[in-house]
Design a protein around this ligand. Structure first.
Ligand SMILES: C[S@@+](CC[C@H](N)C(=O)[O-])C[C@H]1O[C@@H](n2cnc3c(N)ncnc32)[C@H](O)[C@@H]1O
Length: 240
């Protein structure tokens, strides 16, 4: 994505958070600017047009903010990259910290109405409902392995043919990079008011195997370019 388009998209995606206070705005802008996964989700055409997306552990709804801003730019003829962003996405989000979900609703609903509905709750108990795509970005490791597997079973059962599950995980097999990622994750969680809790990580090969054993076809892409982290985007698709 060229710099000019990236800047335009960053402005469009973060501006809705301006009225949520300086911290929320800076958080949204900083995360969207520095995290390579948001651009990759468009580059890799992860979400099909008109997908009903369930974002588990959605935080302030940055995924919705980014993809809906990209759609708005494309609709205005301001999109210059070769991969066109998806149109017509609708987002439901579930987030443990209800105040973050509320912040996302306040920022995004004035622009997008009921295309964005974020609520407080635990993803382990989330209603899957009618869904074409499920995203869990940097959240799965907060729940124990057996609960991860139970949740993945429910996601697989909810997704029909052509459905997609996208997650980002840390690769526990990647040595010091993983240790550093864990350290930063804990610092950020603490700064955000979360308690420091244990985490349940896996080497990348285990994540892939857990997903393939549930019938997903899995692709992975390192998501650490230019950073010292061990993050990997995992796109798991259900055959049509
Ligand atoms: C690192 S943040 C990622 C937020 C968001 N996915 C993003 O990419 O901007 C992890 C989020 O997961 C949430 N979380 C952790 N455990 C959760 C659970 N069991 N159910 C729902 N959300 C959870 C945390 O409150 C936090 O907002």
């Amino acid at each position: 994505m060229q710099d000019q388009l990236k800047k335009r998209l960053l402005d469009a995606a973060s501006d809705p958070y301006r009225d949520s206070g300086a911290f929320n705005y800076r958080w949204a802008r900083g995360k969207l600017a520095g995290d390579p996964i948001f651009a990759a989700l468009i580059d890799e055409a992860v979400f099909p047009d008109n997908a009903r997306v369930l974002d588990l552990g959605c935080g302030r709804g940055l995924l919705a903010a980014w993809l809906l801003a990209a759609e708005r730019l494309a609709a205005r003829g301001l999109w210059s990259a070769s991969t066109v962003p998806p149109k017509g996405l609708r987002f439901r989000g579930v987030e443990l910290m209800a105040r973050e979900a509320d912040c996302g609703n306040r920022a995004l609903q004035p622009l997008h109405g009921d295309r964005v509905q974020l609520q407080g709750g635990d993803m382990r108990a989330a209603e899957m409902g009618d869904v074409d795509a499920v995203a869990i970005l940097d959240v799965l490791h907060y729940i124990p392995h057996v609960e991860q597997e139970r949740l993945l079973d429910r996601i697989r059962a909810a997704l029909g043919g052509g459905g997609v599950f996208v997650t980002r995980v840390g690769d526990a097999g990647s040595g010091w990079r993983f240790a550093f990622s864990q350290f930063v994750d804990r610092c950020i969680s603490f700064a955000q008011g979360h308690r420091i809790a244990p985490t349940w990580c896996r080497p990348l090969a285990d994540w892939v195997s857990v997903l393939e054993s549930r019938g997903f076809s899995v692709q992975t892409r390192a998501m650490s370019a230019g950073t010292p982290f061990a993050n990997v985007m995992v796109v798991a698709r259900v055959g049509k």
